[in-house]
Write a protein that binds this ligand. Structure first.
Ligand SMILES: [Zn+2]
Length: 249
């Protein structure tokens, strides 16, 4: 941005971050829908669920296409899901919040990567009760990147965090299953706890249990009230706890 300084530069930078956030949000909407359903993530074209027509590139511009089409399919007029523009807006809000607190640093880029991955996990778990392994692997890779960039704690502390997070969760899982004959905590939740413990280190894990546990209890209550079966999306609480503890804003 040579030649542009002061408030104008900040405004342009903020706009750029918002646009990147909308695009990342669009990716989150796509991946969180396709990955848990074992659908091709990259090569398959998006289609209208009613008439089956492929969406043209001009129909895929985040938020803009939805507004321009007044929320309806160009071909058959079927209402388009508000899910996509809503997730795109959340993506933009997350990116703007991280940019506002950390500027355009390597740490901010890493934080945006983690935030969008956690958002994808939370939505996937909410809609399908599945936390795809691929997303947990991305979380671990981001954790290694964070370690290499000096994001606090050494490898021993990170591995300690991982063990501290997984141990009690596996113990509760086994106890629950011995008593009720089914697993109360899914394997996806255990893996996500492991990745979160590795990122947060020993000190962060007790807080992770407090926040994830609190949100988990609320989610379970909502699930029960709505009569949506015995399994509930615990991943939302784990992802939210991890996010809050990673980026105190
Ligand atoms: Zn259509």
């Amino acid at each position: 941005m040579t030649g542009v300084t002061g408030p104008l530069a900040s405004l342009l930078e903020g706009l750029l971050v918002a646009v990147v956030g909308l695009c990342l949000g669009s990716l989150v909407g796509l991946v969180s829908h396709r990955l848990p359903r074992d659908q091709a993530v990259v090569l398959a074209r998006s289609r209208c669920p009613r008439c089956g027509n492929c969406l043209a590139p001009r129909d895929l511009i985040p938020l803009v296409s939805f507004l321009a089409l007044d929320g309806r399919c160009r071909h058959c007029g079927a209402p388009l899901s508000w899910r996509y523009p809503a997730i795109e807006l959340v993506g933009a809000a997350l990116c703007l919040a991280i940019w506002a607190s950390a500027d355009l640093t390597v740490e901010a880029v890493l934080a945006i990567g983690l935030a969008t991955t956690l958002l994808t996990i939370a939505i996937s778990d909410l809609e399908t009760l599945i936390i795809p392994d691929e997303l947990v692997v991305v979380c671990f890779l981001l954790g290694f990147a964070d370690l290499l960039l000096g994001g606090g704690g050494d490898l021993v502390d990170r591995l300690g965090g991982l063990a501290l997070a997984v141990g009690p969760v596996v113990a509760v899982r086994q106890l629950f299953s011995a008593r009720h004959g089914r697993h109360g905590i899914g394997l996806g939740d255990v893996k996500l706890f492991a990745a979160a413990g590795f990122w947060l280190g020993v000190e962060g894990v007790p807080w992770l249990f407090v926040i994830a546990g609190g949100i988990g209890v609320l989610t379970a209550l909502v699930w029960r009230v709505r009569g949506q079966g015995p399994m509930f999306p615990f991943g939302i609480g784990i992802a939210a706890g991890w996010f809050v503890l990673s980026f105190p804003m």
